[in-house]
Design a binder for this molecule. Sequence first.
Ligand SMILES: C[S@@+](CC[C@H](N)C(=O)[O-])C[C@H]1O[C@@H](n2cnc3c(N)ncnc32)[C@H](O)[C@@H]1O
Length: 333
Amino acid sequence: MNNNPLPRLDENEAIRQRLLPFCRLRPGECWIDEKCGHRVGCIDATDADGVLLFSDGLRPVLAVHDPPYNLIAFASRSVSDYVRWCRSWVEVTARILSADASLYVWLGADQGEGFQPLPDFMIMMRSSPFRPRSFITMRNQRGYGTLHNWMAIRQELLYYVRGKPVFNVDAEYTDIPKILRGYYKTVGGELTENLQRSRSDTIRAGNVWVDVQQVFYRMDENVSGCYAQKPLAAIERIVRASSNRGDAVIDLFGHSGTTLLACERLRRVCVSGDIDPIYCEIMIRRLEHFRINGRLGWQNGHPFEREAPAFALDEASPADMSSLPEPSLFEIA
Ligand SMILES: C[S@@+](CC[C@H](N)C(=O)[O-])C[C@H]1O[C@@H](n2cnc3c(N)ncnc32)[C@H](O)[C@@H]1O
């Protein structure tokens, strides 16, 4: 079995520096996919002009944002600074989305720090153009927890809307069979129970998602080097529910490219950004990898294997860039 993962890139500056020469995008540049029109931009989510330019007239109906949570993988800011920062990318998102649109935000709550920043973010959003629609919790088990507290397995997902966006309820059905009977109701003079009346014999996910597996290294969709990858099944559920085929979807914190891959599989056009050229490159490579061999990620391998086979990063050199396909790039600013 292949056993050649990359370590977390946010914790390995030396490896990051060695991989940077293999990245197609520099800050301010954008890659345009000639096949389906997806875009990947190396851009700061708070840079309104840059984001508008790189989305180039597309009006997404859905934004799926997964910002750093102010607790991990981010130089921790004061809560007020963090919320001010969030307000600026929410404003950028409001400018770019269509009039009838959905906004999903993944966020964390630090139980050791007054549950910040989740409640602070929610309060800030009351003065945004979006209205709250649902507060979803995904079961997100990463391992075994402390014996002295409840095991931390939740992942919060906030759902906001503007106008009257699409909601495809079929996307909500899980593979979990209905087993509970009850809720008797008289329909057409006949007493019926809920299984007779329902649209499906499986349950709806509702706002507590218990059926999505957390990504770990044994899974095909794993992208080693990344530290905050969301499960493809969760992003696909959002994309299916809140957009239609052919619609544009935006994700300004793209990282491993989960939203990009979901859009490719579900025939949406993705506008995805990340401030870090390495994650931009990983996103593009994940899409290319999927198109070439149908794989969702690199189980026990990594996206830079071409230039750094067997993890021989010391030998990697920028000259190997010649093997990369010609990108179509343009400067954002
Ligand atoms: C939590 S991860 C997103 C994970 C993603 N949903 C996935 O499934 O792979 C957050 C990403 O935001 C990026 N980021 C941090 N600050 C940013 C900013 N100001 N603008 C754009 N991207 C930023 C980080 O580089 C990181 O890749």
